[in-house]
Design a binder for this molecule. Structure first.
Ligand code: GL4
Length: 830
């Protein structure tokens, strides 16, 4: 008998699984059980880590019955579901989120107290799984939260990196990367299933053969294989009893592969092979928006999507499933180009393994995929050299060539022999080397292609893929990003959450448009006072965190002006630096009276890709400016610069709720959406920002009076490029800008050494790809308006409340609703 026909005989075995009783006593009993039986320790001899693990196991136990039930039901109903394919999930800590979802926060707190344990101490022990770089990975984490909260049948698929995004430290102001060994002390939220491993092939060759009917077919004979072991994570919905699954794959050497070498007597070689296989899920590539085209990266991508597709076909479909109906059962959502190799993989499975005709398989494939593009930067659109792809995945390359041949034939039919257009649209590029454009492959294969904010989707259609938009009318759409209000309001901002519930009643956590109801309260002085007190308390809490975490002291009573995001030139941390240096230079030179400047603390958080030299120089410069500014008595009590290292989700949850001002200052047309911008607005920070990404929609919603707009628009940027941009002309004609740049160039922030930041300065003066100098004057002007506005605290608070009230649109629940309506057409709940 196989496991599906196991028939239980004992009465207990056929009763549904039930969790422990929802009471403090029930929780205590379960906790002690876990401590004793899972950790093997008594309470009196347990370590804090034992207690943390036992607490996590206890929370799991409460979610288990629903999880098992939802898996059973999902299989039984066979409704259309979503497979979200993403190379990154930047999850953040799990404990609090799962307590909140399961309504256990109070019970757990009391239960721990009854055992003499401060639950807060255990919270601090959790190492967040940093399995993503930035916005793209965090978006995936918000989406699986919303999918569960909206009871959408869905599975998140990804990679279980042994090392996530590196831990950042500063030595003499420069970034040093350290490995993120997040698994060292145990990982209580995951369920490994080595018995359910998938075998994934690589390399080898393809061959033709005649099948039983004498038809010539192709098949792939891989040169080596790796085992993909699934690790399941619970993804609980908020207060709805739903628990979805996140399945992350880990690479293990295939035993057959090991043994052959081992038997040949080469023990060292056998171990080497194992290391080689396990390298695949060893480490997250730390590049955000700038793929490196490394072979290991392609291995990671194919490894996880092949495992995911096989897993879905084997375990989610009933035994007699008719594969021609696959589009009625699943949509694979491609989170950027990273999982796009899934397209030829599904084709290979359908044609080579299931014996389907090419045309039928292609028709199915085109309905089973949809593609989200997350960038406009040309260098971020992945391409794989034909040479590499052919070596690693020879059959997939053949399939891609055939897809391309048929696609280009159709383009010819439609547009005639317009060779220029054909070359521009070909999935295979010829220059600078023969390579596969993954975004084109995704666009050809996807039922829908979406950008992640209105402006981004528009530019995607008009600038990046215009020929495709013309060729495929109706294929392109927009889904503006969103963020989960559970983590970023309820958990991160409990003071604000209580105040909102007091004003509007419960319900807004899953229906964020209800925040509109706060508009009326903006006019109520009593409410404004309470709101201001919440912000002040959030600042005190941040101060405490930074003191304990980094030994930093936040000055009292300062405006908190925050720029947290990956370090990238297009995001323009340099513009922020020039603003700070301008203020500093003005006061230090005596030209500006310190008393005329609003006291401000500038907070940065940013990691640079380890190989991104200019980004690392800018980090160094921020730290150098901070050292000088913070030590200069002339600006004491006025200006402070703080740069806590290792910005991550956990720190974001403390920084964002404390912020007064949100810096969203990318060059127009470069930031696809941004999601930090949404978190800040929802936390009542006012935005100073360009007309870029989702800033556009934030400004439209909160209103011009509650947003500080500056800088060129995207068409103005284009026009300036066309006219010939010369940054030095801006330097020459703006004396404030000149003073600031000259001060940096003089060595004032590098102990008199003019060479340290010379590359940063010359980059600005002679290159300035992201037009920092062109937007400087407008930015300084807008910052003066910020200063003036902040002087009227009560008016500022009013604007701040209106930001919260009008940002309900940015819930990731709304994004998911848009995906369902515009792309997935899945039943809204199950
Ligand atoms: C990004 C975009 O840069 C960012 O604007 C967007 O918010 C995010 C999620 O859609 O995706 N694209 C890449 S690559 N990394 C990102 O964070």
């Amino acid at each position: 008998t196989d496991s599906t026909s196991l028939r239980a005989t004992h009465p207990l075995a056929i009763a549904p699984v039930t969790g422990p009783p929802s009471s403090v006593d029930g929780f205590v009993r379960e906790f002690l059980n876990n401590l004793n039986y899972e950790q093997g320790v008594a309470l009196s001899s347990s370590s804090p880590n034992d207690r943390y693990l036992a607490l996590a196991y206890t929370v799991r136990d409460y979610l288990m019955a629903r999880w098992l039930e939802d898996q059973r039901r999902q299989f039984e109903v066979q409704a259309k579901g979503v497979c979200y394919l993403s190379a990154e999930y930047l999850l953040g800590r799990q404990l609090d989120n799962n307590l909140l979802a399961a309504r256990l926060t109070d019970i757990a707190t009391e239960a721990m107290a009854a055992c003499g344990i401060d639950i807060d101490e255990l919270r601090q022990l959790e190492v967040e799984p940093g399995l993503g770089n930035g916005g793209l990975g965090r978006l995936a984490a918000c989406f699986i939260d919303s999918l569960a909260t909206m009871s959408v049948p869905s599975t998140g698929y990804g990679l279980r990196y042994e090392y996530g995004i590196f831990r950042q430290t500063f030595v003499d102001g420069e970034q040093i990367e350290q490995p993120d060994a997040w698994l060292t002390l145990g990982s209580p939220w995951e369920f490994p299933h080595p018995e359910a491993a998938q075998t994934i092939g690589f390399g080898g060759h393809t061959e033709k053969y005649n099948d039983d009917d004498g038809v010539t077919r192709s098949r792939w004979v891989p040169g080596w294989t790796v085992q993909a072991v699934p690790y399941n994570y619970m993804v609980p919905g908020y207060h709805n009893g739903r628990v979805n699954t996140l399945r992350l794959w880990s690479a293990v050497a295939s035993s057959a592969f090991d043994l052959r070498i081992f038997n040949a007597g080469d023990y060292a070689e056998a171990v080497r092979a194992q290391t080689f296989a396990e390298n695949i899920s060893k480490v997250l590539y730390p590049e955000d928006s700038t793929p490196q085209g490394k072979e290991l990266r392609l291995q990671q991508q194919y490894f996880f999507v092949a495992a995911s597709i096989h897993d879905f076909l084997e375990h989610s479909l009933s035994a007699d499933f008719d594969l021609t109906k696959l589009p009625e059962r699943v949509i694979f959502q491609l989170n950027d180009t990273h999982p796009v190799i899934a397209v030829p993989e599904l084709m290979r499975v359908l044609v080579d393994e299931k014996g389907m005709e090419w045309d039928a398989a292609w028709a199915i494939t085109q309905q089973c995929f949809a593609y989200t593009c997350h960038t406009l930067l040309p260098e971020a659109l992945e391409v794989w050299s034909v040479d590499l792809l052919g070596r690693l995945l020879p059959r997939h390359l053949e399939i891609i060539y055939r897809i391309n041949d048929e696609f280009l034939a159709a383009v010819r039919e439609r547009f005639g022999d317009d060779e220029m257009r054909i070359r521009n649209m070909s999935i295979i590029a010829d220059f600078p080397e023969r390579s596969v454009r993954m975004a084109f492959l995704a666009t050809v294969a996807g039922a829908k292609v979406n950008g992640v904010a209105e402006l981004h989707s528009q530019l995607l259609r008009e600038k990046v893929l215009p020929d495709f938009d013309e060729f495929y009318p109706g294929k392109f759409t927009n889904v503006t990003n969103g963020v989960t209000p559970r983590r970023f309001v309820r958990l991160a901002n409990p003071g604000l959450a209580s105040l909102i519930t007091e004003a509007l009643g419960a319900g807004w956590t899953v229906d964020l448009e209800r925040l509109r109801g706060l508009e009326a309260f903006a006019e109520d002085p009593e409410f404004r006072a309470k709101f201001a007190e919440v912000k002040a308390a959030n600042k005190r809490r941040l101060s405490e965190v930074l003191r304990v975490r980094d030994g930093l002291e936040v000055s009292d009573g300062h405006m908190l002006d925050v720029m947290v995001k990956r370090l990238h030139e297009y995001k323009r941390q340099m513009l922020k630096v020039l603003h700070i240096v301008t203020l500093y230079e003005g006061i230090a030179s005596g030209r500006v009276a310190a008393s005329d400047v609003q006291p401000r603390t500038f907070i940065f958080g940013a990691k640079a890709a380890p190989g991104y030299v200019m980004a690392k120089r800018i980090i160094h410069l921020i730290n150098a400016v901070g050292s000088v500014v913070n030590a200069d008595p002339r600006v004491e009590g006025r200006l402070q610069v703080l740069f806590p290292p290792n910005y991550n989700v956990t720190l974001a949850e403390r920084v964002i709720p404390a912020a007064d001002l949100s810096e969203q200052i990318s060059l127009a047309g470069k930031e696809a959406s941004g999601t930090g911008n949404m978190k800040f607005a929802l936390s009542g920070a006012l935005t100073i920002g360009t007309d870029d990404g989702a800033n556009v929609e934030i400004r439209q919603l909160v209103g011009d009076d509650n947003f500080f707009l500056f800088g060129m628009t995207e068409p103005e940027v284009e026009a300036l490029w066309a006219a010939g941009y010369k940054p030095s002309e801006f330097y020459q004609s703006d004396e404030g800008l000149r003073w600031a740049i000259d001060l940096i160039a003089s060595g004032a922030f590098s102990g008199g050494d003019r060479s340290t930041f010379e590359p940063v300065v010359s980059n600005l003066l002679y290159d300035d790809r992201f037009m920092v100098l062109a937007d400087y004057a407008s930015y300084i002007q807008a910052q003066a308006e910020v200063d003036a506005a902040y002087a009227d605290q009560d008016a500022w608070t009013r604007s701040s409340i209106l930001n919260v009230a009008r940002s309900g649109f940015f819930s990731s629940d709304r994004s998911i609703r848009d995906y369902i309506d515009r792309i997935w057409h899945t039943p809204p709940s199950l």
